[in-house]
Design a protein around this ligand. Structure first.
Ligand code: 4NP
Length: 169
């Protein structure tokens, strides 16, 4: 029977890991919540079965909602993120997620510094998934003006679309 074909090869459907993606920035109140929101939307629209979350390398904002400017930016694009709550990257995340994406190079260094030897998650810079933008950071909009958050949204949406396209094929 077609659906049970895997049994012939000694594996079953329970061995297939659902992709799970964690976006990580510094505070988990500006960029990574927007990355989470963008990818949730794109994955849902594409019918992808994927788990999505975000975290910060720092702990200053743990338990707080996103920055008001991030909430407003997501809302402008039809997405409510007001209920998101910041949390800090935990060592367990390296086993819980299949993919961990850093929003900038400093985040990537901080993530790698906490990576346990037996980590199963693959760790990468987010914009590495966008052809032509490899090695680029998503700029931190926290100390800037509202316009910076719209730039963040464009960056994370571009990455979300590229990531979803990779997962579909
Ligand atoms: P995020 O932005 O890393 O994109 O969430 C920041 C949020 C807070 C701070 C810095 C960046 N902070 O210094 O408190």
């Amino acid at each position: 029977m077609e659906l049970n074909k895997g049994a012939d090869y000694g594996w079953d459907m329970s061995m297939i890991t659902v992709p799970s993606v964690l976006f990580v920035c510094l505070g988990n109140i500006c960029r990574s919540p927007l990355a989470e929101a963008a990818f949730r939307k794109v994955a849902q629209d594409a019918g992808l079965d994927v788990r999505v979350d975000s975290a910060g390398t720092g702990d200053w904002h743990v338990g707080k909602g996103p920055d008001q400017r991030a909430i407003a930016t997501a809302a402008r694009h039809g997405i409510d993120i007001a209920y998101y709550r910041a949390r800090q990257l935990a060592v367990e995340d390296f086993a819980r997620f299949t993919h961990i994406f850093a929003l900038d190079h400093a985040n990537l260094e901080d993530i790698r510094a906490r990576e346990p030897r037996d980590a199963s998650a693959s760790v990468a810079l987010l914009l590495d998934v966008v052809p032509g933008r490899e090695g680029q950071s998503v700029a931190d909009p926290y100390f800037g003006d509202d316009a910076g958050f719209e730039v963040t949204w464009r960056d994370v949406m571009q990455a979300a679309e590229a990531l979803a396209a990779r997962m579909i094929v």
